[in-house]
Design a protein around this ligand. Structure first.
Ligand code: NDP
Length: 296
C-alpha cells in the first residue's frame, strides 16, 4: 500500500486481540491503515507490531491515539474492566463495539459511554476470523446513524455493513437471533450424529443427508413466514398432533440407541404444551403462542 493511498484512511485503534481482533488488525494493516493496538495480554500484539501496528503500552495511550476505537472483547464486562481504568480519556471517542453480548448490555454501554462524552456503535460480526476482510461477509450495526455513516467505509474494510437502526440494542438483537438459530440447529446436528454413531454410521456417511435436511429449511421458513406475520397457524399442511408423534419417535429412537435424549425431550415438552393449549389441529407454528407464555 503506498503512502498517498494510506492518507485517505483514517487511523484506528483496536482493543482486544483474540482471534477476531488480531485478524481485524491484520486486515487493516494490509489495507494501509495506521493501526494502534492494545491487549490485556500484551504478547498477543507481537506479530501485529512486527507487521507495523503501533503497540500502545497503556489503555490511555491506545485511546489517545485515535478517535475511532474498535473493541473486540469476550463480552461487555471486559469493556468496563478496561475502560473504567481510563474514564478520563473517553470523551470525544467513537467506540465500535464488536464484542458479543445482549441487547440490554449494548443499550447500557451506549448510555455509559454517552455519559462520558463518547459515542457507541454496536456491532455483531456474523463470520469467524476467516471471513474478516471479505465484503461478502456481514456485520450488524446499530446506534447513531451519523456515526455509522461517518465510519462506514472504514468498517467495510472488515466486512459488509448491515445497519439495523438507531437503537443500540438492535445489532446485538439480530446477532443473538442468528445465534439462537445457529446453536440450536448445530446441536440438533450433533445430536443426530451421535445417534448415527451409536448405530455404526459415521459422520461422513451421514453428511449428505444432514446437509440435505439443513438445506431444505429455507423453503419451510419462506412458506411459514407470511402465515406467522398474519398470526395464522392453519393445520392444512402439518398438524401439531402429527408433530408430537414425530418428535416422540425421535426421543424413543434416541433412547433405544443408548443416547442422551434431553435435547429432543425438551422439544417434545414444548410440543406437549402446545397440545395441552388446544393446538392439536393447528400447525406446529402455533407453538409461537407457547413461546410467548414462558413456562413457570
Ligand atoms: P476471545 O474471547 O478469544 O478474545 C477476546 C479478547 O477479550 C482477548 O483479547 C481478551 O484478552 C479480552 N478480554 C476478555 N476478558 C477481559 C477482561 N476482563 N479484561 C481485559 N481483556 C479481556 O474472543 P474472539 O477474539 O474470538 O472474539 C471477540 C468477540 O467477537 C467476542 O465477543 C465473540 O463472541 C465475537 N465473535 C467471535 C467469532 C469467532 O469466530 N471468534 C465470530 C463472531 C463473533 P486476553 O488476550 O488478555 O485474554
Amino acid at each position: 500500500m503506498n503512502t498517498a493511498a494510506a492518507h485517505h484512511r483514517s487511523p484506528v485503534t483496536i482493543i482486544g486481540l483474540g482471534p477476531m481482533g488480531q485478524t481485524m488488525a491484520a486486515v487493516f494493516l494490509d489495507r494501509g491503515f495506521e493501526v494502534t493496538v492494545w491487549n490485556r495480554t500484551a504478547s498477543k500484539a507481537d506479530s501485529l507490531a512486527a507487521k507495523g501496528a503501533v503497540r500502545a503500552s497503556t489503555i490511555s495511550e491506545a485511546l489517545a491515539a485515535n478517535e475511532l476505537v474498535i473493541l473486540s472483547l469476550t463480552d461487555y464486562d471486559a469493556m468496563y474492566a478496561i475502560l473504567e481504568q481510563a474514564s478520563e480519556h473517553l470523551s470525544g471517542k467513537v467506540f465500535v463495539n464488536l464484542s458479543s453480548d445482549t441487547p440490554e448490555k449494548a443499550r447500557e454501554a451506549a448510555k455509559w459511554l454517552a455519559d462520558r462524552g463518547a459515542r457507541h456503535l454496536t456491532g455483531g460480526v456474523q463470520v469467524p476470523p476467516s471471513g474478516i476482510g471479505r465484503p461478502e461477509s456481514s456485520t450488524f450495526y446499530s446506534g447513531p446513524k451519523d456515526v455509522f455513516e461517518a465510519h462506514r467505509k472504514t468498517l467495510e474494510v472488515l466486512t459488509g455493513a448491515d445497519y439495523r437502526g438507531e437503537d443500540p440494542g438492535l445489532a446485538a438483537l439480530y446477532y443473538q437471533m442468528q445465534m439462537d438459530i445457529f446453536w440450536t440447529s448445530m446441536l440438533s446436528y450433533l445430536h443426530a450424529v451421535t445417534v448415527a454413531a451409536a448405530n455404526g454410521i459415521t459422520a461422513e456417511q451421514f453428511l449428505p443427508y444432514a446437509s440435505a435436511t439443513m438445506s431444505s429449511l429455507p423453503k419451510f421458513i419462506e412458506f411459514y413466514t407470511p402465515r406467522i406475520d398474519a398470526g395464522e397457524h392453519p393445520g392444512d399442511v402439518d398438524r401439531l398432533a402429527m408433530g408430537v408423534a414425530s418428535v416422540d419417535h425421535v426421543v424413543h429412537t434416541t433412547k433405544d440407541s443408548g443416547i442422551d435424549a434431553s435435547l429432543p425431550a425438551a422439544v417434545l415438552q414444548v410440543f406437549k404444551r402446545g397440545m395441552a393449549g388446544g393446538h392439536a389441529g393447528d400447525s406446529f407454528t402455533s407453538l409461537i403462542e407457547i413461546f410467548r407464555k414462558p413456562a413457570s
